[in-house]
Design a protein around this ligand. Sequence first.
Ligand code: ADP
Length: 156
Amino acid sequence: MSKIAIFPGSFDPITIGHESIVLRALSLFDKIIIAVGHNETKKAFFPLAGRLSMIRDVFAGNAKIEVMHYEDLTVSLCQRVGAKYILRGLRTSADFEYERAIAQVNKAMYDDIESVFILTLPEHTSINSSIVREILHYGGNAGKFLPDSIDPKKYL
Ligand code: ADP
């Protein structure tokens, strides 16, 4: 049976921190589905279509990676696509506490699911999408924090 993992998140936008987690997790799974959570009531900086195409461009040509969006619970998406694993990245102890609660609730809802955590590389610990959004909002250059060859203006 193929091992499918969901990597859920807002990815507003995808950063080199996210990219690194996906690439490092590739050897663990047959397929990783990067699932962009979409909530009509939550205003994102990058439109959904832009976030999806940015991620598709980052992983273009990698047959083990799929990109989709979803509007319901992560565990419901897992059941729909036959994924048994939820992949998340951990940067800090605050991430751990937040992720622990979500993972335990997900497990309570859907016992077949296992959450798998990968520790961020030390150099990616301080990178997050909201800092990147802030830089872009004020017209700064966020290139250092974005995957290679991504021009964020193209996706706005
Ligand atoms: P969410 O809104 O669900 O937190 P994000 O897009 O911010 O979505 O993050 C998705 C996942 O990527 C989370 O597990 C988060 O901890 C992880 N992540 C975010 N930034 C980094 C980073 N710099 N290094 C490693 N993991 C990260």
